[in-house]
Write a protein that binds this ligand. Structure first.
Ligand code: SF4
Ligand code: SF4
Length: 227
């Protein structure tokens, strides 16, 4: 049985989930949501959210402040002293499950960061490694922020899907870092960020003529070349 079965999902309550432009585009399209319905920027001066992996973005209203691009949180219905991912569906606490059961409300469209938890790609890029999870996801030792009830083992995960998810996550993270380098050269407003994201990702698909294919002209997003 998966550790997530019957869990209150302390992970989806504890962490600020960094998302990429690809996550944003997919959630907008598949769930017919608008950027402003689920994306937020969180100050990340100490890098505790991005952890040197997700990019930090700057904006013209606070040019000295690095921000992480994340999923929004909302107040928990049953534990109002705590917050949770705005997509987490909470069940009411009862005698069997005093913290309630909870599940992801956008499971098929969830961001890469959620798909790969709690694994990382080995340095060879060929193997998924499961890492240890702490007892709590936040410094506040509230029971609702408790994490997995037992350590994860390889049998809990699909070895094909897990590695595929990790490879996609790494690719999208590298692409989003390139995008951040371009954006941060001349930071614009937070209000204009969604249009920038849509503009860039639309440019990821092109058609090449036979001559261009023959000449093997490498295709890149135009303004990435200078980044
Ligand atoms: S998107 Fe789903 S899996 Fe990811 S944090 Fe939110 S509820 Fe949890
Ligand atoms: S805290 Fe661990 S067991 Fe619970 S939902 Fe999250 S990943 Fe699954």
């Amino acid at each position: 049985m998966s550790p997530c079965q019957n869990c209150h999902a302390g992970c989806c309550r504890s962490f600020a989930v960094s998302i990429t432009g690809a996550d944003i585009i997919r959630i907008e399209r598949e769930l017919k949501l608008n950027f402003w319905d689920f994306v937020c920027r969180w100050e990340d001066r100490e890098g505790l959210i991005t952890r040197g992996q997700a990019p930090q973005f700057y904006f013209d209203d606070e040019p000295e402040v690095p921000f992480a691009i994340c999923l929004m949180h909302s107040q928990s219905q049953f534990f109002p002293q705590s917050t949770k991912c705005r997509f987490l569906m909470e069940g009411a606490p009862d005698r069997d499950f005093p913290l309630g059961e909870a599940r992801c409300g956008i499971y098929g469209s969830r961001p890469s960061a959620c798909r790969i938890f709690p694994t990382r790609l080995s340095s060879s890029g060929q193997i998924a490694e499961i890492y240890d999870i702490p007892s709590h996801g936040r410094h506040e030792q509230l029971p609702i922020y408790e994490l997995c009830p037992r350590p994860w083992i390889p049998a809990d995960l699909d070895p094909v899907q897990t590695v595929e998810d990790l490879v996609v996550a790494r690719f999208e993270q590298l692409f989003f870092q390139q995008l951040a380098r371009v954006w941060n050269k001349s930071p614009q407003s937070w209000a204009s960020f969604p249009d920038f994201i849509r503009f860039v990702y639309e440019k990821r698909l092109i058609r090449k003529t036979a001559d261009e294919l023959e000449a093997e002209i490498p295709a890149t997003i135009p303004f990435f070349r200078a980044a």
